[in-house]
Design a binder for this molecule. Structure first.
Ligand SMILES: NC(=O)c1ccc[n+]([C@@H]2O[C@H](COP(=O)([O-])OP(=O)(O)OC[C@H]3O[C@@H](n4cnc5c(N)ncnc54)[C@H](O)[C@@H]3O)[C@@H](O)[C@H]2O)c1
Length: 472
């Protein structure tokens, strides 16, 4: 801990031109934290971490923000922020400076919340991260203590380890995980209620380079979240993007429902008030794991119906109307993976659109089979609920204007079916499996054949050389 070493502004800055506001000596067992970038994220972090009793040194390039934070005033409009900042300065817990190297030297942990604007090519502008990382590295070179750098920016997965860490390693001459630790700790606070959210976070996610860094960050967040989620840095980076894309999807979906409802004379708020009450299927983890394409007798039909209604009344619903296109892309990805194995005979395990039914209507695997047949590939198939006696004809008439795959495959389905999964697997060069059950798990495991697994039969590392999924 560096608490004892940092007593006054002048002492810390060594009389340089750096502007750090007065910082009184405070004995605290909590790690001292530097926060780089005092914008919306950094200002809230500075205030809330000091409120938890940490000594915090805020760093920015903008003299106006430095002056404001150093004087205990908020540079942005955010509920409760001004009160927390003035209390922090009053207690001698908050200081602000433009000298990042000195701030790192005077603290144990550095939070990075510099801007990551959109670059000219539409990607992420890393320049602020790179320049901050270089300074942090210069400081770590001078430190003997283990320092933790916590990335808080929203950045593409891989950026922390591939952009920030190499800069720190180069400037410090130390190795990540040994000389210093790195975490990615995404920021989920909503502007306007950020302080409230900090105290009662929706979740705390800590991606860490090593257990020591993870442990230290978990302890830091313990007062507001006793059970943070510890994961890899890349997963934590992706979680932040996925969360925001999900929120955007929800807003867009609700707005499309509104645009559809109004001309139909339906109250969209009545509809969505009922929609959100279903926490079993609608607002739940259900349907939210990457797997195979949607299918069956309802989803594709109703998505088409809604898109058709919108079209017929001149309402543009780009999200809902593109669901079928995305689903087809997923089916094509599976087909391509099977073709890429080079197999001339393929075993299909699972034919119905989901396990536990013999319903073949718009089952996406039938589109895959139709495509393979077009390539002259022989298909052998097994399904726990389908036999040669299953009434395919009845199902066919129901989807006369959809599901071309079923129409084509239906005639040959009887010839493709094997009595057991092992029989299909034994005679095949490659496998595609669409239902998860122990029989198929065992058949795939014992086969040692290339397998396209669209349901994630195996979570463990084993079989990875031979078993591939679409989304993992
Ligand atoms: N605003 C939000 O609600 C929010 C929420 C979650 C995540 N994020 C992410 O957090 C990051 C910061 O967002 P923000 O809204 O606070 O940005 P911001 O633009 O308000 O603040 C960034 C600050 O970083 C400073 N800065 C840039 N380079 C610096 C350097 N080398 N040294 C010191 N300071 C430097 C800038 O002067 C600026 O004050 C972004 O990656 C953003 O995507 C933002």
């Amino acid at each position: 801990m560096l608490d004892a070493g940092l007593n006054t502004n002048a002492e810390m800055m060594g009389g340089t031109a750096t502007r750090m506001t007065a910082l009184r000596s405070v004995e605290t067992p909590k790690p001292a934290i530097s926060v780089v970038g005092l914008g919306y994220v950094g200002a809230v972090s500075t205030a809330c971490l000091s409120d938890l009793g940490h000594r915090v040194v805020g760093v920015d390039l903008d003299p106006v923000k430095i002056a404001a934070i150093g004087a205990g005033m908020t540079p942005i409009h955010e509920d409760q922020l001004g009160d927390l900042l003035s209390a922090g300065v009053e207690k001698g817990l908050i200081a602000a400076t433009d000298d990042l190297v000195q701030a790192v030297l005077a603290t144990d942990v550095t939070f990075v919340s510099v801007g990551t604007p959109t670059a000219a090519d539409g990607g992420c502008d890393y320049s602020y991260i790179v320049s901050a990382a270089q300074k942090i590295g210069q400081a770590i070179r001078l430190k003997s203590d283990y320092h933790i750098v916590v990335m808080r920016c929203s950045i593409p997965p891989g950026t922390t380890m591939k952009v920030m860490v190499p800069e720190i390693e180069k400037a410090s001459g130390k190795v990540c995980g040994e000389g210093f630790g790195v975490c990615f700790n995404p920021e989920f606070l909503r502007e306007g209620v950020a302080v409230e959210d900090f105290r009662a976070p929706p979740k705390t996610v800590i991606g860490a380079s090593d257990p020591r860094a993870a442990q230290m960050m978990s302890r830091l967040y313990a007062p507001v979240d006793a059970a943070p989620i510890v994961t890899s840095i890349e997963t934590a980076e992706m979680v932040k993007y996925v969360d925001n894309v999900w929120h955007a999807t929800k807003v867009t979906f609700a707005n499309e429902v509104g645009r559809l409802c109004k001309p139909l004379g339906v109250d969209s708020h009545d509809v969505m008030d009922i929609f959100v009450q279903d926490t079993k299927l609608n607002l739940s983890p259900y349907y939210l794991k990457p797997g195979f394409a949607f299918g069956g007798s309802c989803l594709p039909k109703e998505v088409r119906a809604v898109a058709h209604i919108a079209d017929s009344i001149g309402v543009d619903l780009p999200l809902i109307s593109s669901l079928g296109t995305s689903n087809s892309a997923h089916i094509e990805a599976a087909t391509q993976m099977v073709k890429d194995t080079g197999a001339r005979t393929v075993a299909v395990l699972g034919l119905a659109f989901k396990p536990g039914t013999d319903d073949l209507r718009e089952s996406p695997i039938l589109e895959v089979i139709a495509d393979l047949m077009d390539q002259g590939i022989t298909v052998l198939a097994h399904d726990m609920a389908i036999t040669r006696d299953t009434n395919i004809e009845g199902q066919l008439s129901y989807v006369a204007h959809a599901a071309p795959g079923l129409t084509k495959v239906a005639k040959h389905l009887g010839e493709m079916l094997t009595d057991t999964a092992d029989q299909a697997v034994h005679a095949a060069d490659a496998i595609i499996v669409t239902h998860a059950n122990d029989t198929y798990r065992a058949a795939v495991k014992n086969s040692f054949k290339p397998t396209i697994d669209v349901v994630r039969l195996f979570k463990e590392e084993e079989n990875q050389a031979l078993v591939a999924g679409i989304g993992w």
